[in-house]
Write a protein that binds this ligand. Structure first.
Ligand code: ZN
Length: 417
């Protein structure tokens, strides 16, 4: 399987953050899983730990390893904006069965209309038993109002009320309470309806190579599962020398990162501390390690849009298939500094990978990433980078087919040192 085919397989098998973690685990062949609740007295040379929709994996250097050895981190996030099924979702009327859904993160509302939607995530029984479920069949759809009934839509723009206009239909007849729970319980192989769930709607159309020249990649969740895949590939291939290579995949970036698994939470700090202590290190060793550590925060960037060039900063317009963009913002929406940018440039040069620069317009608010949060929490110097893409936060996004491979090679060079 080519790397691009493997990325397509990763995207198609990761319709939720929990599935993205599972897809990553399947690729970490030879890595030993540790339990956060167990004692870490013997840290494996290659290992990982999972906490819900987040994962941290590492590889110790083959030579010269000590507890004060610095870390080189690659960070990304597993979650993507989507619609999630409410706890009591059975609703509808006028002959339609509908699902109550909640908006997760900053979706492009219109991109969810008229798509065949599957449902995936995790279900939990009353006794705490948890299972992943993925109904990868056309199950639900948010039908757009016909143009005949909305004559101004093409000139005035589409306005959608997220409470009123985004409820998908998923059948006909009378809605009955508990019907969805019974259905998803059967789909998950449980004996009955789950007590609770976290379930994402997603476009069942699989990732696809696009363009007459096959130069593009279209898929849901490119932001930011593309970077998760690239980070895992880089860690698998890296041979770290003089530093501990780490990949961290946080959840909840799209909703502010404040959670047990988000970048503002304690997960990364806890694991790094235990990697030091588990190898006999002291508090001083940990501070020495962190002071010499660095992080590449990978999250997709905005490629210049050919139909809206005026929305981009004229001197900093990333194009697709021209390498990862270094993201710079003096106001620290991105954590990139001159020194971390130069270090990442060296990694790109070592891997023979081209690179670009992204800066927002002054009159347009700039997004942010897990980069500044990781830098703030741990004091680790960080560079924000990302593959340029179009249609960010659409149900189906678009990027260059070559750029994920460029990013992987640059990350591998960074993690190897
Ligand atoms: Zn993102």
């Amino acid at each position: 399987m080519s790397d691009l085919d493997d990325l397509i397989d990763f995207l198609d098998s990761s319709p939720s953050p929990w599935h993205a973690v599972e897809s990553t685990v399947q690729r970490l062949v030879g890595f030993e899983r540790l339990d956060e609740r167990a004692s870490w007295t013997d840290v494996p040379a290659a290992g990982y730990v999972v906490r819900d929709g987040a994962l941290i994996a590492w590889r110790l250097p083959a030579d010269g390893d000590g507890p004060s050895t610095p870390f080189r981190l690659v960070g990304a996030h597993t979650d993507s904006p989507c619609l999630r099924v409410k706890p009591r979702p059975d609703t509808g009327g006028l002959g339609w069965k509908q699902l109550g859904v909640e908006v997760y993160g900053g979706i492009l509302n219109n991109s969810w209309l008229d798509r065949d939607l599957g449902i995936a995530g995790r279900v939990v029984a009353a006794d705490g038993t948890t299972a992943l479920v993925d109904v990868a069949e056309p199950t639900a759809r948010i039908p757009q109002l016909a143009v005949h009934l909305d004559r101004a839509v093409n000139s005035g723009g589409l306005v959608l009320d997220t409470q009123q206009h985004l409820s998908p239909v998923w059948g006909v007849g009378e809605a009955s309470p508990g019907e969805f729970g019974d259905w998803i319980g059967r789909a998950a192989g449980l004996g009955g309806p789950p007590a609770w769930w976290e379930l994402c709607l997603y476009d069942v159309q699989g990732a696809a190579v696009l363009g007459a020249d096959r130069s593009l990649l279209a898929s849901g969740r490119l932001d930011n599962q593309l970077s998760c895949w690239a980070g895992a590939q880089a860690l698998r291939a890296a041979s770290p020398a003089g530093q501990v290579a780490v990949v961290v995949m946080n959840d909840h970036e799209e909703v502010g990162s404040s959670s047990t698994t988000g970048a503002s939470g304690p997960f990364l700090e806890s694991v790094l501390s235990r990697l030091v202590a588990g190898r006999g290190g002291t508090v001083d060793d940990r501070h020495r390690a962190l002071a010499a550590s660095s992080c590449v925060s990978a999250d997709n960037a905005h490629a210049v849009h050919p139909n809206y060039p005026e929305r981009h900063e004229p001197g900093h317009q990333p194009i697709v298939n021209a390498g990862p963009a270094l993201k710079v913002n003096s106001n620290q929406r991105y954590a990139t500094s001159a020194t971390t940018a130069a270090a990442f440039q060296r990694s790109c040069d070592a891997a023979d990978v081209p690179w670009q620069v992204f800066v927002s317009r002054n009159n347009m608010p700039c997004g942010s990433t897990i980069g500044p949060l990781t830098a703030t929490r741990l004091g680790i110097e960080t560079v924000d980078v990302g593959v340029p893409q179009l249609s960010m936060h659409s149900a189906r996004e678009l990027c260059g087919a070559q750029d994920p491979l460029y990013l992987t090679r640059a990350m591998q060079a960074f993690l190897t040192g």
